[in-house]
Design a protein around this ligand. Structure first.
Ligand code: ZN
Ligand code: ZN
Ligand code: FE
Length: 758
């Protein structure tokens, strides 16, 4: 006989891991115990060396669907004489850590029961087991057990209780365990004056969707608005009522096969679609998809996802066609989660609401993923991922709260050697979003039992997140530069402490020279950065207005490239802009009136997009950039010219030659796709040339490609293929490249700057 202590880290709590270990141990003839501890699960196992070997081998195979073993460590311990293998209660004296797992999509076993007429949970919308079901979104406190969830008011019936207490049962300690006899129930409320119904809810909901109605559905982290994705009139109606002009809607489909009928799906994309987190996956729409064009006007990308709750399973199975499923909110407000609030806010938007009496404790939007130039990348990390820990290669000295960015906000709390991202909050621009931000921070602090003494925030003094940080009592504040944070987030994802050459391309971020940054080459470690190169600034006449009226940026490019006197026929490229408006913008630029300078690569995309596509306006951030990306002609290999001004510190990339070349080509009626390709190629070539020059100056450092612009596969793949054979190129995968990912970097920078590590 021998003894082994096996310590396992990863997603191993609240997913049925201990019972699984217990069953496995009994099967291979191992005795001992398993318990949750602060970092995961610890097993003490006693058996012959042979049996122990088999046991560990099986553990390593990690066949439990919802679990993910990040690390498995074995140490020998003295043999003990015990009779059986048991689950012991959690280690109480260890460092407190989060025991709440993320929400998990309905597992195969539960789906099978859901559609089995003879099962007691046939068509029961709240079935779950230890391998699946709600977790984070129903948790009201710690430790994670039924009393601290929104299931606490439901008393388990005898049958459910028996399952809950049987270690051999799939529902052993499944905290939200329920059945039609004892659990939550569905209801359909009409918002158009009709009567509430509690019978045939699914049939009524299906009927309403088939007639082109708009249905609100209570999901895991809040309400969705749903309509038939093949019915153009229905989708238009939803857009009008939701005040969402052109931003694409996500579409839920019944199965992988149904997804394949709508989009091209690679094996990596299939893995994302079917993962237990069930993110929305951005895919290339098929020509023959049969979806209403209104679902994603002017982009060939379509966001698809598979059902992740029993209710969704039942609904899409009944409707038998793809269903738009978009967060139920009006424009930029946070997702609705409370029944009364939903009824109030969705009046006039939805015709009816499918709701139930299990409350959402924590709002959590759907996550979004995309395979970008071969790399599966999380774009929005929320439902299904939160609050899964993120392991740090170097622990932080004291707990840090990082407030995140202004747009696409997500905050982060780092403590010890782990960091926890909060849910996706959104743009911190409305009172409702700010309330959600504060409430979510409070909730995460509660479930982590931590009160951070260090608060990291963006350098922008006017941002609401900065003001929130300043309002926290008894904390040390650390301001962090936006692009530095982007780079350090990516370093952390790869377990690197630097130095690296960060290439941070995005829309905007507060710079330290009075301009807005976003085309930055930064030599980074966690504690500091040196800005080595950037883009020549563009004047944004009207400030933020220019991001919607992108013709203003197009004009600014022309004005700069032709020293204030662009040829009059190039003005025609700006679409339907009245000459009086052009005159006004010209004056604003020349007099530097309300025309802040911006270096964001995203703004260059806006400006080139306005010129090449003749588009004057953008209804959401990135719209013109995506359109420009999508028209790019892949057979065009040459690039527009550019200059690099090395007399300045930092160096400045000057794209005026590219603007002039594009204007010449467009004047000669060149297709927008060729112009787009040469613009993309110029960015690739310029980035590579700058990196080569910086390597020569600073040594051969790894390169970190970060910022929202790197959602653009042409750039990411292009730069990687030019420089990747010479040096290591880091790209995002588990942390979003956009602003939803920067809080992690903020936290680590704050910790490093305070310097009391170790
Ligand atoms: Zn299940
Ligand atoms: Zn029951
Ligand atoms: Fe950014």
């Amino acid at each position: 006989m021998a003894g082994h202590r096996i310590e396992i880290r990863g997603t191993v709590q609240g997913v049925g891991f201990r019972p699984w270990v217990c069953r496995l141990a009994r099967r291979v003839g191992v005795v001992g115990r398993v318990r949750n501890d602060s970092r995961g699960v610890t097993i003490e196992a006693f058996a012959s060396n042979d049996a122990l070997g088999r046991f560990v081998e099986e553990l390593r195979k990690d066949t439990l669907p919802a679990a993910e073993i990040a690390e498995l460590r074995e140490t020998a311990i003295p043999d003990e004489h015990v009779d059986a293998f048991v689950i012991v209660s959690s280690d109480a004296d260890g460092q407190k850590a989060l025991s709440i797992p993320p929400d998990l999509a309905t597992c195969e076993d539960c789906i099978e029961e859901l559609f089995d007429r003879h099962d007691r949970r046939f068509e029961y919308a709240f079935t779950n087991c230890t391998a699946c079901g709600p977790r984070f979104t129903i948790a009201t406190g710690i430790p994670y057990d039924r009393a601290a969830t929104t299931m606490s008011g439901f008393v388990m019936c005898e049958a459910c209780k028996a399952e809950y207490e049987d270690v051999e049962d799939r529902r052993f300690h499944a905290q939200p365990n329920a059945c039609p006899a004892c659990g939550p129930a569905l209801r359909l409320d009409r918002l158009d004056g009709g009567a509430t119904t509690q019978i045939d809810v699914l049939a009524d909901a299906t009927e309403l969707l088939s007639r082109g109605g708009v249905l609100a559905v209570k999901g895991l982290g809040g309400f969705h608005l749903a309509c038939d994705a093949t019915d153009g009139a229905a989708v238009r109606r939803l857009r009008e009522r939701k005040h969402r002009d052109e931003k694409p809607f996500a579409v839920m489909v019944e199965s992988l096969a149904a997804a394949r009928a709508l989009a091209e799906i690679s094996s990596e994309e299939e893995m994302l679609l079917t993962a237990a987190e069930r993110p929305v996956v951005l895919l290339r729409r098929r020509q023959d998809a049969g979806l209403a064009v209104e679902v994603s006007p002017d982009t060939s990308l379509i966001g698809l996802f598979l059902p992740y709750t029993p209710l969704h399973q039942l609904l899409v199975a009944a409707v038998q066609r793809p269903v738009v499923m978009t967060s139920a909110n009006v424009s930029d407000e946070p997702i609705c989660s409370d029944n009364d609030e939903a009824r109030r806010r969705l009046e006039g938007i939805a015709d009816a609401i499918v709701l139930h009496d299990r409350e959402v404790a924590m709002r959590c939007d759907d996550s979004v993923s995309q395979v970008i130039a071969g790399v599966p990348t999380i774009m929005r990390r929320s439902r299904g991922f939160v609050p899964r820990p993120f392991y740090l290669s170097r622990p932080v000295a004291r707990p840090v709260l990082a407030c995140g960015a202004h747009l696409k906000n997500t905050f982060c709390i780092a403590m010890g050697d782990t960091a926890y991202f909060g849910p996706h909050i959104g743009d911190l621009e409305t009172v409702a979003t700010l309330d959600f931000f504060e409430e979510a921070i409070e909730r995460m602090q509660t479930i982590l039992s931590v009160r951070p003494e260090i608060v990291a925030h963006d350098l922008h003094p006017g941002y609401w997140s900065t003001r929130y940080a300043s309002s926290r009592k008894e904390v040390t504040l650390v301001g962090v530069q936006h692009h530095h944070a982007h780079v350090v987030s990516l370093m952390a994802e790869h377990g690197m402490t630097g130095p690296v050459l960060g290439v941070a391309y995005d829309g905007t971020g507060f710079g330290e020279d009075g301009t807005s940054w976003g085309g930055e080459f930064l030599l980074c470690s966690a504690e500091r950065y040196e800005r080595l190169a950037t883009f020549r600034p563009i004047r944004l006449a009207g400030g933020d207005l220019a991001m919607r009226e992108v013709w203003r940026i197009g004009y600014a490019l022309l004005h700069d490239a032709y020293d204030g006197a662009p040829p009059s026929d190039s003005i025609a490229l700006l679409g339907d802009v009245p000459s009086s408006s052009l005159q006004l913008v010209k004056q604003m630029i020349e007099r530097e009136l309300n025309s802040p300078q911006a270096r964001g690569v995203g703004r260059y995309f806006d400006g080139f997009g306005a010129l090449a596509l003749g588009r004057a306006r953008s209804t959401y951030e990135g719209q013109v950039a995506i359109a420009l990306d999508q028209v790019a002609n892949e057979s065009v290999a040459d690039a527009y010219p550019y200059d690099i001004d090395r007399t300045r510190t930092p160096w400045e990339l000057d794209l005026r030659p590219a603007v002039r070349a594009a204007v010449d080509e467009l004047g000669a009626a060149a297709p927008a796709g060729d112009v787009s390709a040469r613009f993309h190629n110029a960015l690739v070539a310029a980035t590579a040339e700058l990196l080569e020059a910086l390597w020569a100056d600073r040594g051969n450092l790894p390169v970190a490609l970060t910022g929202g612009v790197f959602q653009n596969a042409w750039l990411a793949a292009g730069i990687e293929s030019v420089i990747g054979n010479k040096n290591k190129v880091l790209r995002h995968s588990a942390v979003p490249p956009g602003d939803g990912g920067i809080a992690l970097g903020q936290a680590l920078i704050a910790d490093a700057i305070l310097g009391d590590n170790g």
